[in-house]
Design a protein. Structure first.
Length: 133
């Protein structure tokens, strides 16, 4: 299996999370790494200080983002992966689910821990302090 599926709940609205994910300044702020990303379908992005490059394939406001996604340490022979981000309203705020497909098989565990360490953990701290924008 070459898929990661993990979820975390954040104390903000789906709109707040969706907009922050696709904003260069906020994406940089909640990860602590430089990001260049725009809320436009079909546009390229670079995040995590250049470690990740991709393209916004599909944007369904406040519900779903689909991205073509490639890390700089993917083997040359590996295809780009597909990242799907789902936003679901729950009583505590928004449940964000990451579904990451077509990863190099020997890197799946590394990326799963990376999502938790470099995204979910700092995002929890950031959105606890920055609920409104």
């Amino acid at each position: 299996m070459d898929e990661i599926r993990i979820s975390e709940t954040f104390p903000v609205s789906a709109k707040r999370l969706f907009d922050a994910w696709l904003d260069s300044d906020e994406h940089s702020a909640f990860t602590g790494m430089k990001a260049d990303i725009k809320p436009l379908q079909g546009t390229p992005f670079v995040v995590a200080d250049g470690y990740i490059k991709g393209n916004n394939v599909k944007l369904q406001p406040y519900g779903r983002i689909v991205q073509s996604w490639r890390a700089s340490d993917f083997p040359k022979s590996s295809p780009n992966s597909t990242l799907e981000i789902l936003f679901e309203k729950v009583s505590e705020g928004t449940k964000l689910t990451i579904i990451h497909n077509h990863l190099p098989k020997d890197q799946i565990k590394e990326y799963e821990s990376g999502w938790k360490k470099y995204y979910f953990k700092p995002m929890k701290k950031y959105f606890k302090k920055n609920k409104k924008k």
